[in-house]
Design a binder for this molecule. Structure first.
Ligand SMILES: *[C@@H]1O[C@H](CO)[C@@H](O)[C@H](O)[C@H]1NC(C)=O
Ligand SMILES: *[C@@H]1O[C@H](CO)[C@@H](O)[C@H](O)[C@H]1NC(C)=O
Length: 473
């Protein structure tokens, strides 16, 4: 198949399905043989009875297997999962997976030139590897999050081949390595190419052809966000080409040698989604990695690492986001800001660093869902929403999700800083409200009446000059 990393269904399940019907059909040939010979009613009855028995037995067997797999006390993956971390009651272990995905332990889609892993929704529940993954996928879909997360590793000189996504914008954060990017926009009339290095952000609007070539010495590792909560629709250029009749391709490209030339193209057995031909050095004689003008590059690129740092007592936030009138942005950053705002359904990205023992205090976002990926350190996350869930632990490679209207907090729990890349489902300015701010904003006597507590007591909650969004005890 074309694109295991990106395609909608995986192989494997069709086999299972096709094995079952032959078993069910088994009694019928037997029945016909009996009919041909002396045809006593009793014999037919007995044969039918036998057939019924066998069919029923198989049915019961299948049903009980399905039941044990789906409804039972889930002795499989989930149990293993929770045994690794804490050992809360089964229900609590379950509900946190509406907000948590252990991406690092999920299925790896391997290619010659790299690998892809997913935290996503699947149409067919059988495509999930674990109950926990299904819970997460169902949650992001049910909340209409407009977000899917994937990691893309490309080895040095490997290429994520040119492709399109038809139902999502793509935003990426480069964790490691160096990549040369190409974006084809406006009916092929503009091609923008540029290099990105670790800590920088890329943006591919929906339906733009794009490629990513790893040009550094170490692997590239991208954290990718796609703005869909359905299955991602992707097409690679080689698949589009091999899907086109030879004569049509020949008449379109008008190559020297005509259709004979087109016939020299060979479809590879291996999926080329992320490729690295063994004879690459023979194939390529003259690669140039040009950079387009700033005015086009910055529509698809942002130097997050080099952008302004917002410093709090307990941590640091940096943003790749839209600002009205470009407030606080330099000339290049303004281009990115406008580009986000002009395309529909874009994301706001940011890195959040919480120092050891620091706390991103409880807060809401009113115009965006949030999805994040833990880059380093470890933490505790708490959520107050319509679904009760107890505080849970996150570590490197974990993905978390906060639907609109869930108050959430993040504590840094290791000696190392907790560093995360965050995405918010808005291409507009993010609306946020912190707990200390809504307490200070509410009149003392209203709080007194609400909490059945003497009014002067509320003077004990201090107001700081410095924003306490990320604080330290
Ligand atoms: C981009 O990176 C490649 C590979 O390291 C390098 O050869 C090229 O000069 C870079 N281009 C620019 C414009 O920096
Ligand atoms: C492009 O932007 C960079 C800073 O991001 C600057 O150093 C460079 O001079 C700019 N190039 C042009 C041609 O304006």
């Amino acid at each position: 198949m074309e694109n295991p990393g990106f395609e909608m269904q995986e192989e494997g399940h069709p086999n299972m399905v096709s094995k079952i019907p032959p078993k069910n059909n088994y009694p019928y040939p037997y029945l016909f043989e009996q009919k041909k010979t002396s045809c006593s009613l009793m014999k037919i009855f007995l044969v039918c009875f036998l057939a019924c028995l066998i069919t029923t037995a198989i049915g019961v067997l299948i049903l009980s297997l399905v039941y044990v797999g789906q409804v039972g006390p889930k002795p499989g993956q989930d149990m293993m999962d929770s045994a690794v971390e804490e050992k809360p009651s089964q229900n609590k272990a379950d509900s946190r997976f509406s907000f948590l995905n252990h991406l690092g332990t999920s299925k790896v889609f391997k290619f010659e030139g790299g690998a892809i892993q997913w935290a996503r929704f699947r149409n067919n529940p059988k495509d999930y590897s674990t109950e926990a993954e299904m819970r997460f996928g169902t949650s992001i879909n049910k909340h209409e999050s407009k977000m899917t997360l994937g990691t893309l590793r490309i080895v040095s000189q490997g290429l994520r081949v040119p492709h399109w996504h038809f139902n999502a914008n793509e935003h990426g954060f480069l964790l490691q390595g160096k990549a040369w990017i190409g974006v084809v926009d406006e009916g092929g009339s503009t091609v923008t190419t540029y290099n990105v290095t670790a800590g920088q952000v890329i943006f591919f609007p929906k339906n733009t052809l794009h490629w990513v070539k790893s040009v550094g010495d170490e692997d590239c590792l991208f954290i990718l966000f796609f703005t869909t909560h359905d299955e991602l629709r992707t097409l690679d250029v080689d698949d589009a080409f091999f899907g086109t009749p030879e004569d049509i391709a020949s008449r379109s490209l008008k190559p020297e040698g005509g259709v004979q030339f087109i016939r020299t193209f060979e479809k590879q057995l291996e999926d080329q989604a992320v490729n690295l031909p063994a004879n690459l050095n023979e194939l390529i004689k003259n690669a140039n990695y040009e950079q387009s003008a700033n005015s086009s590059v910055w529509k698809y690129f942002y130097d997050l690492k080099g952008s302004r740092e917002f410093i709090f007592p307990g941590g640091i936030i940096q943003w790749a986001r839209y600002r009205k009138n470009g407030v606080g942005l330099n000339e290049n950053e303004k281009i990115y800001s406008e580009s986000l705002n002009q395309n529909a359904d874009t994301l706001t990205l940011g890195t959040l660093r919480i120092f050891s023992n620091g706390l991103r205090q409880p807060h809401f976002h009113f115009n965006a869902h949030e999805m994040g990926y833990v880059i380093s350190g470890c933490g505790q996350i708490g959520i107050v929403g319509d679904e009760p869930v107890s505080e849970f632990t996150v570590g490197v490679g974990d993905v978390f999700f906060f639907p609109i209207g869930t108050q959430h907090y993040i504590k840094s729990a290791c000696v190392e800083d907790l560093l995360m890349i965050l995405a918010f489902s808005t291409g507009n300015q993010l609306q946020t409200l912190d707990m200390d701010d809504y307490f200070h904003a509410t009149s003392d006597h209203i709080l007194a009446q609400l909490f059945l507590k003497k009014q002067p007591e509320f003077k004990k909650i201090p107001v700081f000059t410095e924003d306490q969004a990320v604080n330290i005890p």
